[in-house]
Design a protein around this ligand. Structure first.
Ligand SMILES: N[C@@H](CCC(=O)N[C@@H](CS)C(=O)NCC(=O)O)C(=O)O
Length: 129
């Protein structure tokens, strides 16, 4: 039974990655200076995620659409990253955005919809400035 579940998970995960690849969203193009500002303002962010998790794919697609060059951390295969997530965020659940403020304060944000809203709000504020 375990092997069947593993196979089903692998097939579903592969389909998610395949369709994500086929329907990759277009990245927004910005002036170099604005993109540099956004890169600088998002340098303290990192997304803890699993490659084939649908909620993580949703967040990665939002990052791609908004041309956000945020570091992604594979909490599935990398034991060190998994430990960082559990110790820092409090639970093994992805996606989780690690937000390091300029003050050095660190927050861990769970829930794909909340992460996307946070990123899109940040981009809007920077673009409007
Ligand atoms: N409502 C959450 C759902 C996230 C979720 O269920 N993530 C799964 C992976 S797809 C998870 O982390 N499960 C715990 C585990 O795999 O250990 C969201 O939108 O971010």
């Amino acid at each position: 039974m375990q092997i069947v579940i593993k196979i089903v998970r692998w097939v579903v995960g592969s389909l998610i990655l395949f369709f994500n690849w086929v329907f990759t969203p277009r990245s927004i193009k910005r002036e170099t200076a604005l993109q540099a500002t956004i890169d600088q303002q998002t340098a303290g962010l990192s997304l803890y995620q699993y490659p084939a998790c649908p909620f993580c794919v949703k967040v990665r697609r939002a990052m791609k659409r908004n041309s956000l060059n945020i570091q992604t951390v594979d909490a599935k295969r990398c034991e060190t990253s998994k430990k960082e997530l559990v110790e820092g965020g409090g639970k093994l659940k992805v996606p989780c955005l690690r937000v390091e403020e300029n003050t050095g304060e660190v927050r861990w944000m769970y829930e794909s919809s909340e992460i996307i809203s946070y990123l899109e709000d940040k981009v809007s504020v920077l673009q409007a400035a």
